[in-house]
Design a protein around this ligand. Structure first.
Ligand SMILES: [Zn+2]
Length: 279
């Protein structure tokens, strides 16, 4: 397995292995844990998706065990302060006003609340993921804990989370496409096509979706092989494409748009220039 440093260096000098054939796609379903029924329906989708559990939500533990028993990856969906709609954060949120000790303590409690977790991604977080100091504290805590990777949900184009994950030498990657910010079949299918196109372009792509009934219905009927891609477990994806993921790295400081928080929370302005989200 490449080290993070090796991947970053390889990226810098333009070296890469031959792209996988077929291209590889990983997909996270966020916001799991408040509803047993929708969580179970998501976990039972017959694809190797990963499931991001809201810590302290009533069904996080049970659904995490269920996902693990089906050989699916479990993440802690760590709530982080946003620019808007912070009433949707839920318990365990990391906030700009917290000290390093408070960030570390809250992180440890959230990890302990989700059994079988192999990674962390951010729930909301457009405010906190722009803070270098807080991201350094968090990534340091993740490194200290050991055995966890990090996925930047990229709810803002100005996130420095991935940069600090790499600096702390944590296996990490980033979200390429939000699949279901708009709850219409047409939009979700279009975003799946965008995810596939990105995977064919870069050799790999990572999507994030939510346990909405319509999203789950689309995924249930989706045939990745017919689309020309292969779904891989997120843990496998991270091992291969950690760090900046080769030549597909996004700018860490981009146009400064405010993307929707974790998909569909509120009426955030849509990005206008970010080349990595097609919505
Ligand atoms: Zn979320």
């Amino acid at each position: 397995m490449f080290s993070v440093a090796a991947v970053v260096i390889a990226s810098c000098i333009g070296f890469s292995n031959d792209p996988p054939n077929p291209p590889e796609v990983a997909l996270i379903i966020d916001d799991i844990g408040n509803s047993y029924e929708t969580g179970r329906a998501a976990v039972e989708i017959p694809h190797a998706f990963a499931y991001a559990m809201l810590p302290f939500s009533p069904h996080a533990k049970g659904l995490a065990r269920m996902a693990n028993s089906l050989d699916k990856d479990v993440l802690v969906h760590l709530p982080m302060e946003a620019d808007h709609d912070n009433h949707l954060l839920g318990p365990g949120a990391l906030l700009v006003g917290m000290s390093q000790n408070e960030i570390e303590k809250s992180f440890r409690e959230s990890i302990a609340a989700v059994p079988h977790a192999v990674g962390v991604n951010n729930h909301m977080g457009s405010r906190l993921t722009r803070e270098p100091e807080h991201m350094r504290w968090l990534m340091h805590a993740i490194r200290q804990r050991g055995g966890l990777f990090f996925v930047d949900s990229r709810t803002t184009g100005s996130s420095v989370a991935l940069k600090w994950a790499v600096r702390e030498q944590i296996a990490a990657s980033f979200r390429d496409v939000f699949l279901d910010n708009v709850q219409t079949r047409e939009h979700i299918e279009k975003q799946l096509n965008n995810l596939v196109a990105k995977a064919k372009q870069n050799g790999h792509a990572l999507g994030i979706a939510h346990p909405h009934p319509l999203s789950l219905a689309v995924f249930r009927n989706w045939d990745p092989a017919a689309a020309g891609v292969r779904i891989v477990k997120l843990s496998e994806y991270i091992k291969k494409y950690q760090g900046f993921g080769g030549s597909s790295a996004p700018p860490l400081q981009s146009s400064g748009f405010s993307a929707a928080e974790c998909g569909n929370h509120g009426d955030h302005p849509k990005p206008t220039q970010d080349p990595y989200t097609k919505w």
